[in-house]
Design a protein around this ligand. Structure first.
Ligand code: UDP
Length: 340
């Protein structure tokens, strides 16, 4: 059995945690990253946690000839593709940057996989493909809504590119994991999220506010039709999320897929409001957060959370970590980054 995996974007937030779990599960990992939204400290963190130095090649996945060298050098059977931009607002301002990077990278990887006879592809998708869903929780059969940003569109288009590619190539298998809201950090506090500039996402904004880097958290809207009037999301611990990649890779490597292309929701199945998350962070870490209610943020949906039955039953995976522990880990990581 070929236990080598290429992790494209393996120095990033989800990529680094997944690399750790793959190594812990006995996989030989080759990381490719161009550090466009990450840095080498995560590779050092991976080494400290696992005791293993992952093979590393600095390359841009949108550079096909650079990627060809990676395929020439290593005989991995499986690829996980994380190497994509992810800032919704930036994608609206600079759509071609997103279409070029996110789609060209993926097409390059798929073309090289077909050319070099590599079979298993795991794609990082997102709950963003469901948009403002009509039924909650969303199942994998819930209709995708037209994307509201170029970023979201690249996720939908990449899912379709993967589906069509593996259906047309009987030697290939593809799985798309639709992540809900990944949060937290490795319990060692050696790897975590490293947002550049002002964070867009809730938990990094909370931890930076607690650290005094940001003055005050804005809660975007308290006039939503939800029990406490703030938005509902499904916050999934980053280590639980990373483990989902390992079981999805196992499924393909061991030939247990039921169809050439499969999709799984990766969440907890539990909606949590913005106020609950803020209170949860305060209680878990025994501190008070400076926050105020602000206007709604354009483009936010009221509520989205996962039906995780398919992942539970087919992958044998379920979220295990308690939100309290996840929020403790998020704060421990922020403190480690700031030297607090
Ligand atoms: N949010 C907030 N303040 C922030 C960032 C986010 O109130 O500074 C809210 C946002 O409106 C949404 C939730 O937190 O309801 C999660 O937002 P995030 O950007 O983390 O993820 P999204 O669900 O938008 O992908």
């Amino acid at each position: 059995m070929n236990k080598m995996v290429l992790v494209a974007g393996g120095a990033g937030y989800i990529g680094s945690h997944t690399t750790v779990e793959l190594i812990n599960a006995g996989y030989d990992v080759v990381v490719v990253d161009n550090f466009s939204n990450s840095d080498a400290s995560s590779l050092e963190g991976i080494r400290k946690i696992t005791g293993v130095e992952p093979k590393f090649i600095e390359a841009d996945c949108a550079d096909k000839e650079a990627m060809r060298k990676v395929f020439e050098a290593y005989d991995f059977q499986s690829v996980i593709h994380f190497a994509a931009y992810k800032a919704v607002g930036e994608s609206v301002a600079e759509p071609l940057k997103y279409y070029h990077n996110n789609l060209v990278s993926f097409v390059n990887i798929l073309e090289l996989m077909a050319e070099y006879g590599r079979s298993n592809v795991l794609f990082s998708s997102s709950a963003t493909v469901y948009g403002d869903a009509e039924e909650l929780p969303v199942t994998e059969r819930t209709e995708r809504k037209p994307a509201t940003s170029p970023y979201g569109n690249t996720k939908q288009m990449s899912e379709d590119i993967l589906r069509d590619t593996v259906r047309a190539n009987s030697a290939m298998h593809g799985i798309a994991l639709r992540y809900f809201n990944p949060i937290g950090a490795h319990p060692s506090a050696l790897i975590g999220e490293l947002p550049r500039g002002v964070p867009n996402n809730l938990v990094p904004y909370i931890t930076q506010t607690a650290a005094g880097v940001r003055e005050c958290l804005s809660i975007f809207g308290d006039d939503y039709p939800t029990p406490d009037d703030s938005c509902l999301r499904d916050y999934i611990d980053i280590v639980d999320l990373a483990r989902a990649h390992v079981v999805a890779i196992n499924r393909m490597v061991e030939g247990r897929t039921k169809e050439s292309y499969e999709v799984f929701n990766i969440g907890t199945g539990r909606p949590v409001s913005v106020f609950e998350l803020v209170r949860g962070f305060e209680n878990a870490n025994n501190l008070k957060l400076n926050y105020r209610v602000a206007e709604r943020r354009a483009g936010d949906v009221t509520a989205v959370w996962a039906d995780t039955t398919l992942a539970n039953e087919e992958l044998g995976w379920c979220a295990e970590r308690r939100l309290e522990d996840t929020l403790k880990a998020a704060w421990a990581w922020e403190k480690a980054v700031r030297g607090l």
